[in-house]
Design a protein around this ligand. Structure first.
Ligand SMILES: Nc1ncnc2c1ncn2[C@@H]1O[C@H](COP(=O)(O)OP(=O)(O)OP(=O)(O)O)[C@@H](O)[C@H]1O
Ligand SMILES: [Mg+2]
Length: 264
């Protein structure tokens, strides 16, 4: 462990923000995910990779409370998420958590202006002053590189990359501590992906976010994730520091995943 990154080391001296133990979800007889456990520390980014159908989205949905697991526990900041009343969990989702969908259409209100999409989240946490809401929305559009003169346009008039950036602004404007992302760069072309990744990396660092990010793309985790979890057939087959897993994968499936990318 001589090469442990000092940034991660510091983060790991604190209490975990999110503790997951034995999380299991079946769809009838079919495995969704089985016996998943990990700790996430404040400011840490956890990447989840694995082939299609390996249970990544199922796991993320269970973690974010969109899907009820069959077994296991999820503790956020010392609070038992699965035992919470639905109203309490929804409040968490509005305030301390955020969820970035793969398809921006699932995370945006397509009939509402860009400014409205961002402002609506502020209103949901109690903001009332129109001028302040509009100023904050303008500021956030700028942070995700959307020009201020597009504030009254609807997302349907935006490109896929712009929609995704708008979804990110809408999610981060409330200052969440924990952000779930399911393939945030999927479906975008490569140059757009690269810029979005840069932007995400800057925001994660500046805001000190804790992030759980699901992706097919090892370049995404290489750039963003401190730690990496590799899933296959619903199970975690390997987890560890990203550089360690990518540079020296131990499990045969992780080796395959890494080598297949190198050959591209
Ligand atoms: N609503 C559902 N009903 C029944 N089975 C489901 C449902 N959702 C997922 N599954 C099954 O659970 C398993 C895990 O699927 P999941 O969507 O979590 O995989 P994934 O890793 O996110 O895949 P992808 O990379 O394609 O998004 C698969 O076998 C899938 O068929
Ligand atoms: Mg998925």
């Amino acid at each position: 462990m001589g090469s442990v990154d000092m940034g991660i080391w510091t983060k790991r001296n604190e209490q975990p923000l999110f503790q997951v133990e034995g999380l299991t979800k079946y769809y009838g007889n079919r495995i969704g995910c089985v016996d998943v456990s990990f700790d996430l520390f404040p400011g840490e980014v956890l990447g989840i990779v694995g082939e299609s159908g390996s249970g990544k989205s199922t796991l993320l949905s269970c973690l974010a409370g969109h899907l009820r697991p069959d077994l296991g526990s999820v503790i956020y900041d010392g609070r038992d998420v699965l035992a919470m009343a639905e109203t309490e969990r929804r409040k968490l989702s509005r305030t301390e958590w955020a969820y970035v969908h793969q398809n921006p259409r699932d995370g945006l209100r397509m009939g509402v202006s860009a400014g409205g999409n961002v402002g609506e989240r502020l209103m949901a946490i109690g903001a009332r002053h129109y001028g302040t809401i509009r100023d904050t929305a303008t500021d956030w559009l700028g942070r995700v590189e959307i020009a201020a003169d597009r504030i009254d346009d609807r997302p349907s008039a935006f490109s896929g990359g712009m929609q995704q950036r708008l979804q990110i602004a809408r999610n981060l404007v409330t200052g969440p501590r924990l952000v779930f992302m399911d393939e945030p760069t999927g479906g975008l072309d490569v140059s757009v992906q690269a810029r979005l990744l840069d932007l995400l990396r800057g925001l994660v660092r500046d805001l000190g976010l804790s992030v759980i990010i699901v992706t097919h793309d090892l370049a995404v985790v290489r750039l963003l994730a401190d730690r990496l979890m590799v899933m296959k057939d619903g199970r975690v087959v390997e987890q560890g520091l990203t550089d360690q897993v990518l540079d020296d994968p131990q499990h045969a499936y992780s080796q395959l995943l890494v080598s297949s990318v190198l050959q591209v």
